[in-house]
Design a binder for this molecule. Structure first.
Ligand code: SF4
Length: 364
C-alpha cells in the first residue's frame, strides 16, 4: 500500500507530472487500485444556492460583482427549493449535494440559519451534504457540523506563489485558516484547484504539495479546468489540452492516494475517451447536473450513458465515513456569535482584475 506522505517537495511532484505518459498512467492506476474500487465513481450535484454579487476579485470567477458577465444573480434559495433539487439529484444517481453561495465569508444571521436548515434537510434525505460558503470561523464550522454537514469545500485554487496573480482580496493563508477551522470539527475537507489559469506547471506541483502537506489530507480534491468566461480577467486564456488534465489527475492520485479526485469544471470540453483516461488515471468523482454554479456541465443522462459504457457504478453515500446526525436548531449547543473570520488583505492590485473591473463599470 502506498504510504501517505505530507512532505512532498515541488520538485518531486514535478518529476512525477513529467514522467512519460504510459509510466505515469500505470503508476497512478496502480495507486488508485490500492486505495479505491476503480469501477466506482462518486456523483455529486453542485447547487448554486446564492448566485453572483460576490465582493471578491477571483480572476476566473463570473460571480464577482466587479466583473461584467452575463450571469443572472439570485438571492439565497429557500429550504423547500433546495430540498426539491436535492430529491431530483438523488433520483438521478447523486449521493452528494454541494451547496455553493457566492459569499466572501459566512455571516451569522438569518441567511446562515437557513443554510443550516438546508444542511439538516438534505442530511435527512440520506445524502452527503457539502457546503462552499467562503471563509468560516471555528464556531461557524461547528454549527455546520452539528447540523449534519458531511464536507466543506474550500479550494486552494493554485500554488501559494501564483495565488497573488489570481486574487488580490485575500491571501493563500486565509484559505489555510478556513481549512484549519473546518478540521477542528468532524466535517471532512474538500479542497483542490483550477488549472489553465496561466500558471506554470511548477504552480500545479506547488498546489499539490500544499494539499499533501495538510494533515490529514483532504478527503476530496476537485481538479477544475478553467472555463474562460467573457467579462472576467481570464476571458482570453486558451483552454488547456486534455493531456494536461490527465497528467494533473494522475499526479494528484499519486500524491494524494486516499482522496476522491473529482473531475469538475471543464468537463464539457472533454470527450468520453478523455474522461475515461482520467478515470483510469485515478479520478473517482464527478460533478453532475447541467450547470456547475454558473458554467455549463454535461447532461446527467449523458453521464449515466458514459457510466454504462465504461461499466462504472455510482458510489453509495457514506461509504467512506458514517452519516452525521443532525441536531435541531432548538437543541443546538452553539450560539450565533456574530463574528467574522479574520482575513489578511495583501493590499496589492492585479492589473488585469482592475482592467476587468473598470470595463465592467463602464458597461454598467
Ligand atoms: S470564486 Fe467564490 S469568492 Fe471568488 S469571486 Fe467567485 S464566488 Fe466570490
Amino acid at each position: 500500500m502506498t504510504e501517505i506522505r505530507h512532505n512532498w517537495t515541488k520538485e518531486e511532484i514535478l518529476a512525477i507530472y513529467n514522467k512519460p505518459m504510459m509510466t505515469l498512467l500505470y503508476e497512478a492506476a496502480t495507486t488508485h487500485r490500492e486505495h479505491h474500487d476503480p469501477n466506482t465513481v462518486q456523483v455529486s450535484t453542485l447547487l448554486s444556492i446564492k448566485t453572483g454579487g460576490c465582493p471578491e476579485d477571483c480572476g476566473y470567477c463570473p460571480q464577482a460583482a466587479r466583473y461584467h458577465t452575463d450571469i443572472e444573480g439570485n438571492d439565497l434559495m429557500s429550504v423547500q427549493q433546495v430540498k426539491a433539487q436535492a430529491l431530483r439529484a438523488k433520483a438521478s444517481g447523486s449521493s452528494r449535494v454541494c451547496m455553493g453561495a457566492a459569499w466572501r465569508n459566512v455571516k451569522d444571521g438569518p441567511e446562515f440559519d437557513n443554510v443550516l436548515e438546508m444542511v439538516r434537510t438534505i442530511n435527512k434525505l440520506d445524502m452527503e451534504v457539502c457546503c462552499t460558503l467562503g471563509m468560516v470561523t471555528e464556531n461557524q464550522a461547528e454549527r455546520l457540523a452539528e447540523a449534519g454537514l458531511y464536507a466543506y469545500n474550500h479550494n486552494l485554487d493554485t500554488s501559494e506563489d501564483y495565488y497573488k496573480d489570481v486574487i488580490s482580496t485575500r491571501a493563500f493563508e486565509d484559505r489555510l485558516d478556513t481549512i484549519s477551522n473546518v478540521r477542528k470539527t468532524n466535517v471532512t475537507v474538500c479542497s483542490g484547484g483550477i488549472i489553465g489559469m496561466g500558471e506554470a506547471v511548477e504552480d500545479r506541483a506547488g498546489m499539490l504539495a500544499a494539499l499533501a502537506k495538510l494533515d490529514p489530507q483532504p478527503e476530496s480534491t476537485p481538479i477544475n479546468a478553467l472555463v474562460a468566461v467573457p467579462g472576467t480577467p481570464m476571458e482570453d486564456i486558451e483552454p488547456i489540452s486534455i493531456w494536461e488534465m490527465i497528467r494533473m489527475v494522475a499526479t494528484t492520485r499519486i500524491v494524494l492516494p486516499q482522496t476522491q479526485v473529482r473531475l469538475s469544471a471543464g468537463r464539457t470540453e472533454m470527450s468520453r475517451e478523455g474522461q475515461a483516461m482520467c478515470f483510469f488515471a485515478g479520478a473517482n468523482s464527478i460533478f453532475a447536473g447541467d450547470k456547475l454554479l454558473t458554467t455549463p456541465n454535461p447532461d446527467v443522462n449523458e453521464d449515466m450513458k458514459m457510466f454504462d459504457l465504461l461499466g462504472l457504478t455510482p458510489q453509495k453515500p457514506f461509504v467512506k465515513k458514517a452519516q452525521p446526525e443532525s441536531v435541531e436548531a432548538v437543541d443546538s449547543k452553539f450560539e450565533s456569535l456574530g463574528e467574522k473570520p479574520k482575513w489578511s488583505r495583501p493590499g496589492h492590485k492585479i492589473e488585469r482584475n482592475e482592467e476587468a473591473k473598470l470595463a465592467g463599470k463602464a458597461l454598467k
